[in-house]
Design a protein around this ligand. Sequence first.
Ligand SMILES: Cc1ncc(C[n+]2csc(CCOP(=O)(O)OP(=O)(O)O)c2C)c(N)n1
Ligand SMILES: [Mg+2]
Length: 1026
Amino acid sequence: MHRIRTTVVRLRPIAAPQTAKSQSQARLAAVGGALRTFQPMRSYTASVSAEPFLNGTSSNYVEEMYYAWLENPRSVHKSWDIFFRNANAGAPPGAAYQSPPRLGGAALGLANAQAMVGVQPNVEKLVEDHLAVQSLVRAYQIRGHHVAQLDPLGIMAAIDPGPPPSDIITSNDKLEFYGLDESDLDKVFRLPTTTFIGGSESTLPLREIIQRLEMAYCQSIGVEFMFINDLEQCQWIRQKFERPGIMQFTLEEKRTLLARMVRSTRFEEFLQRKWSSEKRFGLEGCESLIPALKTIIDKSSMNGVESIIMGMPHRGRLNVLANVIRKELDQIFCQFDSKLEAADEGSGDVKYHLGMWHRRINRVTDRNITLSLMANPSHLEAVDPVVQGKTKAEQFYCGDTEGNRVMSILLHGDAAFAGQGVVYETFHLSDLPSYTTHGTIHVVVNNQIGFTTDPRVARSSSYPTDVAKVVNAPIFHVNADDPEAVMYVCNVAAEWRATFHKDVVVDLVCYRRNGHNEMDEPMFTQPLMYKQIKKQKGVLQKYAEKLIAEGAVTRQEYEEEIAKYDKICEEAHARSKDEKILHIKHWLDSPWPGFFNMDGQPKSMTSPSTGLTEEELGHIGHIASSVPVEDFTIHGGLSRILKGRAAMVGQRVCDWALGEYMAFGSLLKEGTHIRLSGQDVERGTFSHRHHVLHDQNVDKRICIPMNHIAPNQAPYTVCNSSLSEYGVLGFELGFAMASPNALVLWEAQFGDFHNTAQCIIDQFICPGQAKWVRQNGIVLLLPHGMEGMGPEHSSARPERFLQMCNEDPDAYPKFSAEEFAVRQLYDCNWIIVNCSTPANYFHVLRRQILQPFRKPLIVFTPKSLLRHPDAKSNFDDMLTGTHFQRLIPDSGPVCEKPDGVKRIVFCTGKVYYELTRERKNRDMDNTVAIARIEQLSPFPFDQVKVETDRYPNADLVWCQEEHKNQGYYDYVKPRLRTTVDRTRPVWYAGRGPAAAPATGNKAAHLVELQRFLDTAFNLDAFTGQS
Ligand SMILES: Cc1ncc(C[n+]2csc(CCOP(=O)(O)OP(=O)(O)O)c2C)c(N)n1
Ligand SMILES: [Mg+2]
């Protein structure tokens, strides 16, 4: 009897045998009732010479005709009806065919044929069996992975709980599901065109069909791909896994694989021996990750890839650094030495978080390959979009439009891959024109546990990888204790990426030999699993024994390989003891060659003027107000906007959008690439930007005037993003990492929404340089302002950004006057501005590139000021020689008699316009000065001091439209106090403390506004208070 599977005994009994049986009986009844005997393909094979129309090419046609006849005998020509009836009746070869009745002639053939009909009604059975085989093949293709032997521990439940599907032939009694029985096993069936199990055969006995399907889909590899809605891709995968004999490796391949397993395994053992009480998040239980990655890299290098950017979590990171990226072992070992002194900035924690960049020759292909592992925070999966952004940037800068030269590999833990939403957001970027990296290879270290939590309580999907299905990525589950199977799927994954330029997932089903880290006791929570793990023979030992048994290596060779690697480790360890200083700069994932001097310092410490010539302003203004291509019809409303811009240019003024245009256009002209990304940025949420024009008559015809500034300009990328903040901001941060010579901006739809990207802000943008010695010049544009739009559309939460500045509020910086601004900038962790004029916005954007180092820039951008008649700037404020103004002092009547000024109101952003209007209404232009702090951080102590000194008799008020516990007050107050050496109090005019950022009631909003304006201009408001 055919023994279908060796594992049958371990599998649970199927849940619904009755259902399977009753279904098959119902099907039998439907096609004619009584049980029939099978006639193995007689009408298509043996009788071909006797019935010459039944040749190979016509058989599909005949088959279709036959199915149609079965459904309704009258739907086919009478001659076919006769043929099929005769065949069904058991007519011998050649006798079933009767020539069609001649017109008007006697229906002799028909009469003869009809005499036979009803003798042996077996054609239905034939067709039914044929269909059953087709369904069977399909069932394996769709669900074979559910019964594949994926789990090295053999406890399955953690991977894919639930009974095996009833349409997979896990035992002979399941044949019945298809209306087949054991007597059918030796009958020969034609294989459908959607399978490759036949190799060069087009027919096979059922027994062989099942066996080959088992080989393809139910061994150490489980392929999930039938959800892919592209036939070519499905066929490609079927071919890769179904063809007989695919899993054959040369002697050399096997020996290389063994050597890689030796390195992977012995590296962990070495660390364990030397530092047994140190955490290292070892790879034990998934040692085949190393050959897996190396296979992907080899194959991709063969396919022309020159640079691979990788992101990974803690598990196995040291091993990957050592054996994949090839970081010098002594550099890794010395990280375990707590006495090592830091030579440069950086917050330590090198081994698990810092990245690496390494160019070397790939030994298999003999080609250069650059590998970088991105620095990452502990926050699992947060690095995913960052890796994608950096990959996209590298592709962009080397003109790799198809992703043939640069690619990314992302590693994941099973629990994090399923649980973290940013994984989903990142997948959704994978096929978007401005975000695709043309296919990422994802490798999941699926050790069937997350810290102490079992999969059955950690996810609702069958597999941790189900999230990849949203983008039609094939998923190759593989038993990590079968290194050859691992190598095979990794080769296929790399080929898939090279062929289709789409994402693919390799799910390495493994186990975790120790606890979450080496100090943890896993038996507290997973006693049975760990009993099994303790019994589990290591994968290296198993594989070595297999190869020794096969004669691929001798035991002596194997032992020599081990001794050789152990010696390498020992020697590196000895060298590492000489290492006295920790150079964090050796752990950079994205060096910027040429940007810094040899010591890694800025080449100068000056900020040049950010102004432009009159001609440049005029020229960019002209482009901003025109359609620079022929025969392009824009919307009438947009024509009016462009005419308005032209009029402004004529009057030498700029509004917000035009100020931004001037900054972008000039930087592009000077060769700086600009990339602006975010939700609806092309038009602008507030319909003010219009950087992409749409032809009103031709579908998808667009024009980006910014790309028509000058012949040799840098390219401008402006792209509406998916509706994601976490994923997209991470992506742009990664893009900005690749080069210092690009202005990369991310705009939130409203500043309020940035908090869904909080992890990128908190873990990367704010502390990136401090933790990882890596500068980044990304710009965040966050629309902000209290305008009665309610609690979700008002606040970009300035208080949070300000709270995370690294500046000391109580210490007046000790810099010389000339260097004050630039030194402050150099020392800060990020720059925070709230500009009140288009000119200042223009300058700060240009300064971002023209300054000699890179810092993240947070800009609170306006909404109502976009169209405010007073929020315009004169060209004079943007001409050569002008600069960004960190503080804009009052230039009105107060300047004439500063001694008579009773109050100086400091403010920032849009509230300035409300304050000036109120001051005018109250006729207080001589008594109250208003100063705008445009750069909140670093705080312009020096310029604030000039103002406080100028008005010695004025009391000091901070005015903001935000609530008292929000906005800038808590940040500004101690700094103002430091500026005046705590000699004068600082008063507050603004909304009271509140939980929500803003009222949703317009009337309440206006009442609140008037109330704090009253306070700001009531010179007695603070009398008697201390
Ligand atoms: C976003 C986030 N949440 C929680 C943690 C804490 N944490 C560290 S490892 C871990 C379990 C990870 O499990 P898995 O992804 O399966 O990786 P494994 O450790 O099993 O390799 C958790 C919850 C974290 N690092 N990041
Ligand atoms: Mg895990």
